[in-house]
Design a protein around this ligand. Structure first.
Ligand SMILES: NC(=O)c1ccc[n+]([C@@H]2O[C@H](COP(=O)([O-])OP(=O)(O)OC[C@H]3O[C@@H](n4cnc5c(N)ncnc54)[C@H](OP(=O)(O)O)[C@@H]3O)[C@@H](O)[C@H]2O)c1
Length: 301
């Protein structure tokens, strides 16, 4: 493996870098900076890295795990739906010629988390990348938000991320590369009516991101949040269904209400969120930490 000390002062030609990656070498920050015109898709830039993605069974998580596999990472897919995860792992292995494994976990069950990460590391080694994406949403006026809904949203959207982070940081912070990406939301940066519990959990996730970024700044681990606006997944399909049921509006009107938040007037695509995560995981993104990257068509500026 090449490290920064070994790196040449002159830029190695692109063909040499490609050749090294094909031999299984792990690219470092300096390799990428020095490799003029080198782009993520030119080589499997994350080859040799192990990425764990929670909530990988569908929606944004499925898109993220696919992007990281395309960049060459070995991927561990986690969520509750094991059959779905296994099917995806097989597809990813065939499509990107890398390694993928499925591990069933309920992120709201702290006792399952240590065992799941031990299994993940057993197969592919300690994770270099953790994407905390598993999440749920619920809408209700504050007076009708019961304690169990509040607690459930905190457990899945915030405490689950904390517990996963605790599993990976000890080994990750000793290495020469590490990435933690928390999928928050625009609701982590501003308030929306009738989603107080979701907003509180996502604001908490951004607080966790910022504190941890500072704590780990002297290591090779970066910690960032990605904040999508309304994205075309089941969460939004459910939100549209709820608006229809509660207000009697049509689906088209309900969808128009949601896309009105986005100056581009459309839902974000899961792949757009995934590409942002992929970019944060590149070796060349090493100085980006503690940030909340908004992917929302200009909704927040
Ligand atoms: N869609 C949007 O408009 C939007 C906007 C901003 C932020 N986000 C955030 O983006 C993330 C992904 O959302 P999405 O839109 O892709 O939603 P989605 O399609 O509903 O997917 C949610 C994922 O989380 C997993 N999950 C839910 N509860 C879990 C639990 N207890 N344990 C383990 N996994 C669990 C689900 O898998 P299983 O059911 O298999 O467990 C699924 O893979 C969430 O954090 C969400 O808050 C979404």
């Amino acid at each position: 493996m090449t490290n920064i000390k070994e790196a040449d002062h002159c830029a190695p030609p692109l063909s040499l870098i490609k050749e090294r990656v094909e031999r299984g070498a792990i690219l470092t920050f300096m390799d990428v900076i020095q490799g003029s015109n080198l782009r993520a898709d030119d080589v499997a830039i994350l080859r040799g890295r192990h990425a764990v993605v929670t909530g990988a069974s569908r929606g944004i998580g499925a898109a993220i795990v696919s992007t990281l596999a395309r960049h060459g990472a070995d991927v561990t897919l986690m969520s509750r739906n094991e059959a779905q995860l296994r099917e995806q792992a097989v597809t990813l292995t065939k499509k990107f010629n890398g390694k993928a494994q499925a591990i069933a976990i309920d992120i709201a069950q702290p006792t399952q988390i240590s065992a799941a990460f031990a299994r993940a590391a057993d197969q592919f080694g300690p994770p270099h990348i953790l994407v905390n994406n598993a999440g749920i949403a619920a809408a209700a006026p504050i007076g009708k938000t019961d304690l169990s809904t509040w607690q459930r949203l905190m457990e899945v959207n915030l405490t689950g991320a904390f517990l996963c982070i605790r599993e990976v940081v000890p080994a990750m912070s000793k290495g020469d590369y590490g990435r933690i990406v928390n999928i928050a939301s625009t609701a982590g940066l501003t308030g929306y009516a009738y989603v107080a519990a979701y907003c509180a959990a996502k604001h908490g996730l951004i607080g966790l991101t910022r504190a941890l970024a500072r704590e780990l700044a002297r290591t090779a681990v970066t910690v960032n949040a990605v904040c999508p606006g309304y994205t075309d997944t089941e969460i939004v399909a459910e939100a549209v269904g709820n608006i229809v049921a509660k207000t009697g509006r049509t689906r088209e009107q309900a969808l128009k209400d949601l896309t009105a938040h986005n100056p581009q007037g459309r839902l974000v695509r899961p792949e757009e969120v995934a590409e942002t995560v992929g970019w944060l995981c590149l070796p060349s993104s090493a100085s980006i930490t503690g940030q909340s990257i908004v992917v929302a068509g200009g909704e927040l500026m």
